[in-house]
Design a protein around this ligand. Structure first.
Ligand SMILES: CC(C)(COP(=O)(O)OP(=O)(O)OC[C@H]1O[C@@H](n2cnc3c(N)ncnc32)[C@H](O)[C@@H]1OP(=O)(O)O)[C@@H](O)C(=O)NCCC(=O)NCCS
Length: 207
């Protein structure tokens, strides 16, 4: 029996559980969350313990993924799990389209309807969320979240831990630096070189 352990009993965790089970690569999922034992279940899945329990009970599962939306916390948790000897895996929904010429690092999840086109390179612990498009030759560093319905044109580069908000668009060849938040529905047509929050069309720094 191939069992996936998911750290983070969130809505995002439920989506990852579904993707993993539907992919046929995992037969069962078990959840862990640091709010345990205050919370004991998520959807119809049981929670087995905290991060420490996950590390100590490696006989229960065959791979681990972190399902935490906050980019900094997700990366940190993945690092702690790796130091604890956990094998971090990536999850690709069967209805996602990932080019065989794209590269996806460990801990990254690619959800239903997402498309990753040739020669794009996706770092560790990224979220490529529902129905988003990462066109050809994009580079996403670690801990990036591309929210549902985002469109990244060709050769876009996104720095570590940046969060691209739901339904936003980024023009081809644009570079976004580390730790940026692009607000919902923004249209990014100029490079972003300073961390911060950017909204609107064209996207401008939000003060
Ligand atoms: C940009 C964002 C981070 C700002 O959050 P915030 O700092 O809490 O901002 P607030 O909600 O307090 O809004 C502040 C102002 O900015 C405006 N605003 C907020 N988000 C905006 C957006 N995406 N585009 C345009 N204006 C926006 C608000 O209307 C408000 O305007 P007002 O002061 O005139 O009333 C947030 O609104 C956002 O877009 N998050 C992305 C959500 C997302 O992608 N979710 C998907 C998860 S999978």
């Amino acid at each position: 029996m191939k069992v996936l352990a998911i750290l983070g009993a969130s809505g995002h965790g439920k989506v990852i559980a579904d993707a993993a089970l539907m992919s046929g690569k995992w037969e069962q999922v078990i959840f862990f969350d640091d709010a345990y034992p205050s919370i004991q279940s998520v959807g119809d899945w049981s929670i087995f313990g905290t991060t420490a329990d996950l590390i100590n009970q490696s006989d229960l599962y065959n791979g681990v993924v972190v399902a935490i939306g906050n980019n900094d916390i997700r990366l940190l948790k993945q690092m702690v799990l790796e130091q604890g000897g956990c094998q971090i895996v990536s999850i690709v929904h069967p209805a996602a389209t990932v080019s065989p010429r794209a590269v996806i690092d460990k801990g990254t999840v690619v959800l239903a309807g997402a498309v990753i086109n040739p020669f794009s390179v996706i770092g560790q612990s990224c979220i490529i969320n529902t129905n988003s498009v990462v066109e050809h030759d994009c580079i996403l560093e670690e801990g990036v979240h591309i929210s549902p319905g985002c469109l990244l044109a060709g050769r876009v580069e996104i720095g570590a831990r940046s969060w691209i908000g739901i339904g936003s668009c980024i023009k081809q060849l644009i570079s976004v630096c580390d730790s940026v938040i692009v607000g919902a529905g923004a249209v990014v047509v100029n490079d972003i070189t300073e961390s911060g929050v950017y909204i609107g069309m064209p996207a401008r720094k939000h003060h």
